[in-house]
Design a protein around this ligand. Structure first.
Ligand SMILES: *[C@@H]1O[C@H](CO)[C@@H](O)[C@H](O)[C@H]1NC(C)=O
Ligand SMILES: *[C@@H]1O[C@H](CO)[C@@H](O)[C@H](O)[C@H]1NC(C)=O
Ligand SMILES: *[C@@H]1O[C@H](CO)[C@@H](O)[C@H](O)[C@H]1NC(C)=O
Ligand SMILES: *[C@@H]1O[C@H](CO)[C@@H](O)[C@H](O)[C@H]1NC(C)=O
Ligand SMILES: *[C@@H]1O[C@H](CO)[C@@H](O)[C@H](O)[C@H]1NC(C)=O
Ligand SMILES: *[C@@H]1O[C@H](CO)[C@@H](O)[C@H](O)[C@H]1NC(C)=O
Ligand SMILES: *[C@@H]1O[C@H](CO)[C@@H](O)[C@H](O)[C@H]1NC(C)=O
Ligand SMILES: *[C@@H]1O[C@H](CO)[C@@H](O)[C@H](O)[C@H]1NC(C)=O
Length: 346
């Protein structure tokens, strides 16, 4: 049994060493721009190498005897698929290795489609589809398209297609218009992620400004509660954002004298105010937003009372403590500071 195993092992080892042959291509992979040159070197190792060659649609080399190293030199890679294969022959075997070549081409153009101009002005809450067209790019499987709105990336798309030749593709961004987008720039970028150092840079489309119509939004806080100060003005700030620009209307408590109201449309200054609810309505073609200002009497009456009470209490305590001290010291004065012997002075 053991003999059999050892015999088998020996045979196996002898067999493998007989056809021992290995070809190594350097670099193992190559990324080349369409039209650029490509070079590689193939080394063969093993005993009994008879010779080697390159099989390639461009600048291939015939089988050459008596060598173990052979370069491949292509002046201009002008095909989209090229799989150069290096081979080496031994008397009873052949070993081969294929050089993986990625031929790329950066896009001729990257642009946000005209549909954006057709869309024109957007309305908040409505869905929109905007296309980015990328012309003449290869290979598509390495392409990533990133959409930006106001320098924030909002969507990234990859293309799971095996095309080697350049094609046109389009990435469609599905978005819901939002007031926060109004006035922001939108654009798309296309990049080939070739996993090589300093690969081709990404290419950006022209930026387009978004216009979104939206209902007025009051700046925080949504509602305000303010104290009426003893002196000075009360400012009611109802500034709201909106497109179109909001217009404002105000509603005051009935007993509020209109002569005490000053200010422009979004901000009112009250030189005299009565407690109550002041209502500001900001509206535009898209809708209306209401902000409530609740004005309350400052707690000055109670505060005054408390202050007075505090003063009286303090005074009272001071009087009692002071009186006690005075009594004590005068007691001391009469008994200690006037010893019997010195009473003659008085
Ligand atoms: C391939 O062989 C050449 C010539 O013998 C040598 O200069 C080179 O370093 C070898 N390359 C590799 C990757 O082994
Ligand atoms: C590669 O092949 C082209 C024609 O197929 C030839 O003009 C060129 O000289 C070759 N380059 C090398 C380095 O052999
Ligand atoms: C707009 O975006 C804000 C936050 O970015 C979100 O709270 C709000 O719901 C969005 N409005 C619409 C109509 O989608
Ligand atoms: C790409 O597409 C193939 C076939 O359509 C699918 O099997 C594969 O999972 C896809 N890969 C990715 C990353 O989506
Ligand atoms: C890509 O689009 C351009 C311009 O529309 C066109 O000339 C070209 O033929 C298209 N290429 C492919 C591969 O469809
Ligand atoms: C503002 O006050 C009104 C009336 O009291 C109320 O209906 C509304 O919900 C309040 N809004 C906010 C955001 O608190
Ligand atoms: C109060 O408002 C009125 C009118 O806007 C202004 O003339 C006055 O100077 C303000 N008073 C103070 C204390 O801010
Ligand atoms: C009113 O509020 C807006 C938004 O918070 C702010 O930009 C503006 O300076 C305020 N105006 C006044 C007079 O406080």
């Amino acid at each position: 049994m053991w003999t059999l195993l050892v015999f088998f092992f020996l045979t196996f080892q002898t067999g493998s060493s007989e056809s021992s042959c290995e070809v190594v291509i350097s670099p193992q992979q190559s990324v080349v721009k369409f039209g650029d040159p490509l070079t590689a070197i193939c080394n063969a190792s093993g005993s009994e190498i008879e010779g080697m060659g390159w099989e390639s649609t461009k600048n291939g080399t015939e089988f050459t005897e008596g060598i173990s190293s052979l370069p491949l030199k292509i002046d201009k890679v002008d095909v989209w698929k090229i799989d150069p294969m290096c081979y080496a022959n031994t008397p009873d075997d052949q070993c081969t290795t294929v050089l993986e070549v990625t031929v790329y081409k950066t896009p001729d153009s990257v642009s946000v489609s005209e549909s954006l101009d057709e869309i024109g002005v957007m309305r908040e809450g409505q869905p929109y589809e905007i296309a980015c067209s990328i012309l003449n790019v290869a290979p598509i499987r390495y392409l990533s398209v990133i959409w930006y709105i106001g320098s924030v990336s909002v969507y990234e798309e990859h293309f799971n297609r095996s095309d080697e030749r350049p094609i046109n593709v389009s990435s469609v961004l599905k978005m819901t218009a939002n007031g926060s987008h109004d006035g922001s720039e939108i654009w798309c970028t296309a990049k080939l992620n070739l996993q090589t150092e300093g690969g081709p840079p990404s290419r950006e489309s022209v930026q387009h400004r978004l216009t979104v119509l939206y209902t007025p939004v009051c700046s925080e806080p949504a509602n305000e509660t303010l104290e009426i100060p003893a002196r000075g003005n009360v400012t009611l700030n109802c500034s709201a954002k909106g497109n179109p620009k909001p217009s404002y209307s105000w509603h005051y408590p009935q007993n509020m004298p209109s002569t005490a109201i000053n200010g422009d449309h979004s901000i009112q200054t009250l030189s005299f105010a009565v407690p109550g609810v002041y209502t500001c309505t900001a509206s535009n073609s898209q809708g209306t937003t209401v902000k409530y200002f609740t004005l309350v009497e400052a707690e000055r009456d109670r505060t005054t009372f408390l202050v007075l009470l505090g003063v009286f209490l303090t005074l009272g305590v001071l009087i009692i403590v002071g009186g006690a001290l005075f009594l004590t010291s005068s007691g001391r004065f009469s008994f200690k500071n006037c010893p019997p012997g010195s009473s003659s002075v008085i």
